[in-house]
Design a protein around this ligand. Structure first.
Ligand SMILES: Cc1cc2nc3c(=O)[nH]c(=O)nc-3n(C[C@H](O)[C@H](O)[C@H](O)COP(=O)(O)OP(=O)(O)OC[C@H]3O[C@@H](n4cnc5c(N)ncnc54)[C@H](O)[C@@H]3O)c2cc1C
Length: 408
């Protein structure tokens, strides 16, 4: 492996970019592949706001200088660490600024194949070149894991798509659209569709929508703060634990970890979205989609209500805001042989305390490892723990390999 680079990073979202910033600062040689902020730029609706607070939407750099706040100051954008929603376009620009400042070596190309060779890794790039690396870090986010449940999955994509397929919702102006789901993505997409001239209806399995509360005052009396602490992912003791103790989360029983990684901080709308939804368009709660078929150029859904009664709903298009499910077998660039060597838990790679998988030298960071480090991995806020831990580990491995200088 004499021609191999020390580290290859696959992915240039908040996790990959943060790791690159930390490796650069540590002087580790690496190559970095991916499209900067791709998920945010292409798979989220224009006009969206982040649900995470400003202070919890920082990418991580060792000096702590390339924060969202500093970016907003530098570029004259409004910013508040708490209580002022961050516009999507500002966040994408922030990520690209961070990349140009701290991860300038990014190669904007996708990895098409990753295999294990001679104790290291062979990567094939979309431009047909090959790269050898001693270690590889996968920070590929969730784009490969969009989850479309049956029976919606059996509809053609001309009449039913996952929410991640849409950046521009104005294409539905004048159309009837059903949005399936009850989370922020469903409710905000529905609001944007409505505000852009679509006739929208939201279909929700649960009996009511859940809304997050107003931000808590930072200067609350101590007793109130002890009762309900505020943390990166929101308020309350469970959320505080998920936000601040990913290493302790790792010691919970595996069944608990899988369950909490999937369900904690479950579907709910941000408080600032509420007035853009309630009373604006129909929200049909307590209904499950039991059948789906193309009809008259659109789709017809068969529904069953909680009392067992059946009904139908038709529209020009259905948007399934049904989230993401991590499943290693859906990462298209992991070679078939290598995939069999990666130990998984509920479809997610099992990693140790330094994010290293069962294949020595192969690391995973971000949402893919939420069953190990908890729900914080599903959010930008977790990038700090991942980037500091993995860069520390890789800097250690790299310096242990470096030839010892012999003085004369
Ligand atoms: C609608 C929506 C709203 C959200 N809002 C928030 C929010 O407000 N706050 C928050 O903290 N989190 C939010 N999230 C979660 C967010 O997705 C994660 O926090 C974050 O994107 C994870 O960062 P990441 O770097 O792991 O992945 P991503 O941002 O998904 O980046 C993945 C990277 O991998 C690259 N990649 C993929 N495949 C390859 C390949 N084959 N070769 C090379 N590169 C590849 C991509 O090009 C991209 O650069 C939201 C998610 C969605 C879907």
């Amino acid at each position: 492996m004499s021609d191999a680079v020390e580290v290859a990073i696959v992915g240039a979202g908040p996790y990959g970019l943060s790791l690159a910033a930390h490796l650069n600062a540590a002087g580790v040689r690496f190559r970095h592949f991916g499209l900067p902020m791709q998920l945010w730029q292409s798979s989220m609706p224009r006009g969206m706001y982040l649900k995470s607070q400003g202070f919890a939407s920082n990418l991580s750099d060792p000096a702590g200088l390339h924060t969202l706040e500093n970016f907003c100051k530098t570029t004259g954008r409004p910013y508040a660490s708490y209580g002022l929603p961050v516009p999507l376009d500002a966040f994408v620009s922030y990520g690209k600024w961070f990349q140009s400042e701290l991860a300038p070596g990014l190669e904007e190309v996708l990895v098409t194949d990753l295999t294990r060779q001679d104790g290291g890794f062979d990567l094939t790039l979309a431009n047909a070149t090959r790269v050898r690396a001693r270690t590889a870090v996968i920070a590929a986010g969730v784009e490969h894991f969009a989850y479309l449940p049956e029976p919606l999955a059996s509809l053609p994509s001309s009449v039913c798509t996952h929410s991640s397929a849409h950046h521009d919702l104005t294409i539905f102006r004048g159309k009837e659209v059903i949005v399936v789901g009850a989370g922020q993505s469903a409710l905000e997409s529905a609001a944007l569709l409505h505000e852009n001239g679509a006739q929208v209806r939201v279909l929700v399995r649960k009996s009511s929508l859940a809304w997050n509360g107003e931000p808590l005052a930072l200067d609350r009396p101590l007793l109130q703060r002890l009762h309900e602490p505020e943390a990166g992912l929101g308020s309350g003791w469970n959320t505080w634990f998920y936000s601040n103790h990913p290493l302790m989360f790792r010691h919970l029983p595996s069944g608990t970890r899988v369950h909490r990684a999937r369900t904690a901080l479950g579907p709910a709308g941000a408080c600032w979205l509420r007035t853009r939804v309630e009373g604006q368009f129909p929200v049909l709660t307590g209904h499950v989609v039991t059948s789906a078929k193309p009809a008259g150029g659109g789709a017809r859904l068969g529904l069953t209500a909680a009392d067992g009664s059946a009904s139908e709903l038709a529209a020009d298009h259905v948007i399934a805001a049904t989230g993401y499910r991590v499943d290693l077998t859906r990462l298209p660039f992991i070679g078939a042989q290598l995939r069999t060597e990666i130990k998984t838990l509920a479809g997610s790679p099992v990693v140790g305390r330094h994010y290293e998988s069962s294949v020595p030298g192969l690391f995973f960071i971000g949402p893919a490892v939420a069953p190990t480090f908890g729900p914080v991995m599903r959010f930008v806020y977790g990038s700090r723990h991942a980037a500091t831990t993995v860069s520390g580990r890789l800097a250690g491995i790299s310096s242990a390999r470096a030839p010892v200088a012999v003085g004369r």
